[in-house]
Ligand binder design. Sequence first.
Ligand SMILES: O=P(O)(O)OC[C@H]1O[C@H](OP(=O)(O)OP(=O)(O)O)[C@H](O)[C@@H]1O
Ligand SMILES: O=c1cc[nH]c(=O)[nH]1
Ligand SMILES: [Mg+2]
Length: 214
Amino acid sequence: MIFDLSKTQSIANTFIAELRDENIQKDSMRFRKNMERVGEFFAYEISKSLKYTSTEVTTPLGISKCEVLTDQPVLATILRAGLPLQQGLLNIFDKAECCFISAYRKVKKSGDFIIQMDYVSTPDLDSRVLIMADPMLATGQSMVMCCKELINRYKIAELHIVAAIASSEGVAHVRANLPKAKLWLGAIDEEMTSKSYIVPGLGDAGDLAYGEKV
Ligand SMILES: O=P(O)(O)OC[C@H]1O[C@H](OP(=O)(O)OP(=O)(O)O)[C@H](O)[C@@H]1O
Ligand SMILES: O=c1cc[nH]c(=O)[nH]1
Ligand SMILES: [Mg+2]
């Protein structure tokens, strides 16, 4: 299943446009805020596919039958660019437990890179719905490696993957390696640079949110 936000006109596409805009993205607070708003939007969309329980709520004037979320999903992200996107999801799934993975592109002298994963901090994921959020799905290698690490450790009930911008190649890589995952994407771009940056993309999401890394 692929949900592509850009296929439907909504205010959320304005958030994505601002994330991409080279002038607006100079304001790092606005960049983080827009990423957070994209996370909130996807949380609402994903929430439509989750399970609900009927309950009776006592109001000051009577009893109201309400449908409430049965279980909160677990919200995972890949440091560091994923933090504002995860925060947006957490604003909506406000009782959710969170999982953090440190993984980054380690560039070799040849210019090739490997994904270096150093740290995983997670609650128990057995029988849980997991939402893995990372703004950029470029080659898809970081996403696949991190999800596989968690799948190998736990019996995850359902996996949702959220990205603000994906490349066609990244989508294909995820679908080939994580065929059961549901993909929630802000947009899918066709091209990548020789250094595997998405074109037109938005640039380096981690640097734009938190400053250029040395
Ligand atoms: O699909 P891939 O080709 O694996 O690339 C995507 C990864 O690149 C970015 O992180 P980066 O490695 O730049 O680290 P950062 O978040 O610390 O900036 C992004 O947040 C993804 O994690
Ligand atoms: O386009 C890309 C690819 C990887 N990481 C980013 O931040 N941007
Ligand atoms: Mg990263």
